[in-house]
Design a protein around this ligand. Structure first.
Ligand SMILES: O=C(O)CCC(=O)C(=O)O
Ligand SMILES: [Fe+2]
Length: 366
């Protein structure tokens, strides 16, 4: 029996509590979005107003050739000024990218009860969580998104605990992407004038999480968001999006060939490319030189969209703060020291609100 969505509690209970997700609700044949999903005017995304980020993707194979230093320059400049860039020739096989998108469709295409077993608090697996929106219990307006989150500890545990529909390919995607993340971080550290011991680098990206995001068709894309404004909390995020589009990044400053400060610019889907974005932790370690990017996702009324981010971040017990060499050079630390777990708790304790997550660590305003 289709529930009656006339009162707020029934939407929440059906979608969030019982694990039917936004997809379960859409599959009932909605003509308009329930009230809980309607964003205040200033958070809505006007598709017609946004321009597209038209910088070509960075060719990572050129890091090994005579143009090494130009490519290093492009990566560092993008990390400093936008916090987002796309890469090609990243050594993650294109077949893996295609398979991981299909696996996401397969996972979310299952009956609600198959997915709902992985709900928070009931999941049989300590490393898998299925849910909807970001922190529904804290949000004024819910996000039009379902997700499954898989924490990587080891290959063995991934194969034991991750959902069968996607474990193998998600693991392959994670492993191939991890080498790329390390390479890009080495480049960014080099540009920062910092040499990190291998074990330190391991600590900074010791926690890896693969998410599969599913954005069902939405009857009112102008009133909703797929993901509200936020920055990611970790070091670097690798993001695979499909061909639908709808990912927007906010310009931190005026950039002639990209957009003006404060403008929302769409990151266009490029077949075979991966998106890299800077997270709060890298902004903090670099004492503000590299910028975590504020981004958000629009919904669409034509086709459901999937995206598959890999979040790389420090292990929870890792001590984080601006790197000493950088502070010495800058003469001042813009962020305080903390244990990463505290940052995570703060991040997941509030609804998305742009780059407010960084307030937790900030000591001086620029
Ligand atoms: O779906 C996307 O393109 C982005 C998703 C995202 O920002 C996130 O999961 O943190
Ligand atoms: Fe994100």
């Amino acid at each position: 029996m289709a529930p009656n969505f006339d009162d707020g509690d029934s939407v929440y209970n059906f979608v969030v509590r019982d694990g039917n997700g936004v997809k379960g609700m859409v599959d009932l044949g909605l003509e308009k979005v329930p009230e809980q999903y309607i964003q205040p005017h200033h958070e809505r995304i006007d598709k017609l107003k946004a321009s597209s980020y038209d910088r070509p993707p960075i060719d990572l194979s050129m890091l090994d050739g005579p143009q090494h230093s130009q490519v290093v320059g492009l990566i560092a400049e993008a990390a400093e000024r936008v916090g987002f860039f796309q890469v090609v020739n990243h050594r993650v096989p294109i077949e893996v990218l295609e398979s991981v998108k299909s696996a996401a469709h397969e996972f979310f295409g299952q009956a609600p009860e198959k997915k709902a077993v992985y709900r928070k608090g009931v999941s049989p697996s300590p490393y898998v969580k299925y849910g909807t929106s970001f922190v529904p219990e804290k949000e004024k307006a819910l996000e039009w998104k379902d997700y499954v989150s898989m924490v990587y500890t080891s290959d063995g545990e991934a194969l034991e605990f991750w959902p069968n529909e996607c474990q193998e390919v998600a693991l392959e995607y994670l492993k191939a992407s991890s080498s790329m993340v390390r390479r890009i971080l080495e480049v960014l550290m080099e540009k920062l004038g910092v040499t990190l011991e291998e074990s330190r680098m391991d600590g900074f990206i010791g926690l890896k999480i693969v998410n599969m995001n599913f954005y069902p068709i939405c009857p009112n894309p102008d009133l909703t968001v797929g993901v509200a404004r936020h920055s990611d909390m970790g070091m670097l995020t690798v993001l695979l999006q499909d061909g639908i589009g709808g990912l927007y990044v906010k310009m931190e400053e005026d950039i002639t060939d990209a957009g003006k400060k404060g403008e929302w610019v769409e990151i266009p889907p490029i077949p075979g490319a991966l998106i890299i974005n800077v997270g709060d932790t890298l902004q903090i370690l670099s004492n503000g030189k590299y910028k975590s990017a504020e981004h958000r996702v629009r919904t669409t009324s034509t086709q459901s969209r999937v995206s598959i981010p890999i979040f790389t971040m420090p292990r929870p017990n890792e001590k984080i703060g601006p790197l000493p060499q950088v502070v010495e050079r800058d003469g001042v630390a813009h962020y305080r020291e903390f244990v990463f777990e505290e940052y995570m708790n703060n991040f997941f304790g509030k609804a998305h609100e742009g780059k407010k997550s960084l307030d937790f660590a900030q000591i001086n305003s620029f």
